[in-house]
Design a protein around this ligand. Sequence first.
Ligand SMILES: Cc1cc2nc3c(=O)[nH]c(=O)nc-3n(C[C@H](O)[C@H](O)[C@H](O)COP(=O)(O)OP(=O)(O)OC[C@H]3O[C@@H](n4cnc5c(N)ncnc54)[C@H](O)[C@@H]3O)c2cc1C
Length: 478
Amino acid sequence: MKKRLVIIGNGMAAGRLLDELLRRGAPERFDIAVFGDEPHGCYNRILLGRVLGGGSADDITLKTTAWYAEKGIDFHVGVRVCRLDTTARVIHAAGGKTYQFDVAVFATGSRAVVPPIENLLGPDGAPKAGAFVYRTVADCERIRAEAKPASSAVVLGGGLLGLEAAKGLCDLGLHVTVAHRADTLMNLQVDRTGGMFLRQAVEQAGVFVRTGAEAAAVRGTDRITGVALKSGEILPADILVLACGVRPRVDAAEASNVPVKTGIVVNDLLATAVPGVFAVGECAEHAGKVYGVVPPIWEQCGVLADILTGANPMARYRGSKLYTRLKVAGVEVASMGAVDATNDSDEVIQVIEDRRGIYRKLVIRDGKLAGAVVVGESDSAPALARWFDRADPLPPNRLDVFCSPDVSAAAGDPEICNCHHVTESAIVGAVRDGCTSLPQLSAATRAGTGCGTCRGALARLILKNSPKAVVNGTAAHA
Ligand SMILES: Cc1cc2nc3c(=O)[nH]c(=O)nc-3n(C[C@H](O)[C@H](O)[C@H](O)COP(=O)(O)OP(=O)(O)OC[C@H]3O[C@@H](n4cnc5c(N)ncnc54)[C@H](O)[C@@H]3O)c2cc1C
């Protein structure tokens, strides 16, 4: 008799876990059910900017509601799980719905932090009219409905999400100011100089930036009219976007007595202390770490699928080496490992191309790449990631890491999709096997379904390698 496997949450981790489970033939062992409290199939949260810019949820959907039915998955769309009775093995969902399970996986992600700023909340305890968080399709639709050209917006937070929201609003014709508490932008991922280059690029794109700027209070009675900074400056605003970080969503786990610290605590098997209950994605805390980007989540989902299906019961998740390659507000940024020297023997190499707005930095420890930052381009990032990942001794002339022919040869089969580690040869192979459009190529290889940065390169490879292809209206060999 099949066991009942329930996934709680239907975000990027759940979507990936389903793919990994199906790939390993899980439906032969399990009846699978998914509960998601958003009213959509799983979508690519990374591409939310498209919805802010006027697109619809369909533009970023990874799995339509029909997909779940086709795969025999019992999809409870728009249903929030309140708690698990882990003794009786029953899920209690909103509206009184109950569901029996044998194995449960929390994939509940994160929620946006609403900072304790004076006068921010209305009488109902939610941010007052005109103030928004930026996490879901619904948030983006609400922001867009209020974002009128020539009005003004303040974005609190100059990290990845804040800069994405700021660029999106700027593209809609608003006057946008980012107020960031630290002295440089994206200070969690890039060093000071990198942050300054990023600021330059963001300002060139039309966004105003205040750093070292902390909000003291929100202005306005029924709806917000501005933000008062601790410095005394008032930033007028018709719209306020709160991009002040995220916290794991652990409410349902806590209500189920599943141990939680910052996130839901898991071991190397992604198992919680409660037998048969697992967690993956941004809600999971492994070895004291909670991850906020997708590459570690992909690794976790692969391991968990191996364990649940028995495909590889010895699979273990040992934590992830952080490598991030992002397009932030139109600016390419890559960051990995240590972004600053931490001891006297660390070597630091910085290469600055002022005119082109490109900044590259290497942090070298014991002759190996301990970390790197690149702002303004990211073509060198995959090669750097390889040096970082393999911890190979670097060439005596450190700059060769960026440009020597040997290094290019070492990179012989470049990784085109960094989110899913898909190489050029795999893409060319898939195109030659008949994938002549981006959706076909993505379905076959997963390339392009992460951050989307590589989609231009994918289109070029399709056009180059398939005489019949038409991508975005451009025909190969036209
Ligand atoms: C604007 C933006 C840009 C980003 N850009 C990048 C990027 O460039 N690169 C990168 O690597 N990462 C990026 N990220 C981060 C990335 O999107 C997340 O790491 C990823 O979405 C986490 O996946 P998850 O499934 O763990 O959580 P989520 O995607 O948050 O999904 C969790 C889902 O579970 C649902 N849920 C929660 N609790 C319950 C419950 N009790 N019952 C039912 N459903 C529940 C939630 O509503 C949600 O739908 C970005 C994020 C945002 C918001």
